[in-house]
Design a protein around this ligand. Sequence first.
Ligand code: FES
Length: 197
Amino acid sequence: MSEEADLSRRHFLTVATSVAGGVGVVLAAVPFVASFKPSARAQAMGGPVQVDIRKLEDGAMIRVVWRGRPVWILRRTEDMLQRLASQTVELRDADSNESEQPEYAKNALRSIKPDILVVVGTCTHLGCAPIERFDVGPADLGADWVGGFFCPCHGSKFDLAGRVFAGVPAPTNLAIPPYRFVGDSLVLIGDDTGASA
Ligand code: FES
């Protein structure tokens, strides 16, 4: 290996290690819902944002910003996936035919891997931030609520795959951004070269 290539590889390893370490600290501090801010340079350039999900616990969510948009990464539990499959609510666009979504995420779970949901956290009605409500049958959302996202602005509801309920103001499902996995533990948001479900 040339000296230049070796230096460049060492630089990459240093950056990768720093990013992984930063995520670990944040997740340890806020174990259930964690925040992760990509570097200012990555945000300014609007380039892909790499997120280490190794320490993302079952049922927890990481929030990042990509091109000024909030993107959430949720690790759905087995129980969440079962609830999603057995829910009986009417969905406006169950197959995501009219929603912003890459082809490789056009499946019932709207994801590449069944447990990992990567979704834009902006309500498709007027742009408010929905709230994660993973509780089952709460009094304010009704007995048929099996967990999902609720927009407090005008009451739109989305399931655990970000699909919008029928009869609410939001016209489409929460958007799925382009993304791919780099190995098992890194998600690259904004770059889906070669991605497939
Ligand atoms: S902005 Fe979410 S329901 Fe209106």
